[in-house]
Design a protein around this ligand. Structure first.
Ligand SMILES: CC(C)(COP(=O)(O)OP(=O)(O)OC[C@H]1O[C@@H](n2cnc3c(N)ncnc32)[C@H](O)[C@@H]1OP(=O)(O)O)[C@@H](O)C(=O)NCCC(=O)NCCS
Length: 226
């Protein structure tokens, strides 16, 4: 069971967890003082992601672009209008948009468009990036849902349960509300991970000339627990 620090827990549930187990990652809400560290964590986590690899020309520009993107996403979008979680050790971050609020996401990249030529070097990807973003936007389901905009774990801490803890802590609440959830995955290798958390692939968005594919994943509303 994942614990969200500072929120109520059902202690009875803890008793059923096997005795031999790793300490769970403590999940808590992000505060402004975490942003600087988490920007670096997310920039490292997404460094080899196909979207920024495609979007930005060169390692230095990509890293600068990723830092700028995550700083905007955290500070100006999700801390204000969404829900952002991390672990006690700032090993990763998850940014969610609950139903009924504005649905930012990859389209936060639009804020980078004015500086895109500078960041990408040649700037020739700007129209393709804008096309991808509008396709992503158009594909979003209209049914009210929780939207997972970003989930990333520091590469050194991956495969230790951080991502599952960050996902699971919010999905517990999503299930309690009886709502579905949605995300776009830019890595085929993540599909099994999300599948294990109840997401199913419902579509794909492809970009021209060997650009990245985005997999659209939907997690159906669960019936309330008995
Ligand atoms: C996708 C991502 C968020 C997963 O985060 P994570 O912290 O590695 O997630 P977990 O450790 O909970 O689980 C990852 C895998 O490790 C396994 N795992 C968890 N704890 C483990 C442990 N102690 N020992 C070995 N394996 C373990 C999980 O079972 C899971 O396996 P699966 O992929 O076959 O389902 C992470 O890989 C990441 O940040 N990737 C780069 C950014 C990215 O692609 N984000 C998603 C955008 S769509």
């Amino acid at each position: 069971m994942t614990r969200i620090e500072g929120e109520d827990h059902n202690r009875d549930t803890d008793v059923s967890v096997p005795r031999v187990r790793r300490e769970p990652h403590v999940v808590r809400r992000v505060v402004p003082g975490d942003v600087e560290t988490l920007v670096e964590v997310l920039a490292r986590a997404f460094d080899d992601d196909p979207v920024p690899q495609w979007l930005f020309r060169g390692d230095r520009r990509r890293r600068r672009g990723l830092r700028r993107f995550f700083a905007i996403q955290l500070r100006h979008t999700y801390l204000e209008r969404g829900e952002v979680y991390t672990t006690g050790e700032l090993a990763g971050a998850a940014m969610w948009s609950p139903p009924g609020r504005a649905r930012p996401g990859w389209r936060d990249l639009v804020r980078l468009v004015p500086v895109m030529p500078y960041l990408t070097g040649l700037g020739r990807d700007t129209p393709e990036a804008a096309r991808l973003l509008s396709a992503v936007d158009a594909a979003r389901p209209v049914e009210p849902h929780w939207y997972l905009a970003t989930l990333g774990t520091d590469p050194e801490r991956q495969r230790t349960g951080v991502g599952s803890a960050l996902l699971g802590s919010v999905l517990d609440g999503v299930d309690a509300e009886g709502l579905p959830a949605y995300l776009e995955s830019s890595k085929e290798s993540n599909l099994a991970f999300y599948g294990r958390h109840g997401f199913e692939v419902t579509g794909e968005i492809r970009t021209p000339r060997g650009g990245p594919t985005l997999w659209l994943m939907w997690r159906r509303a669960r019936p309330p627990a008995a």
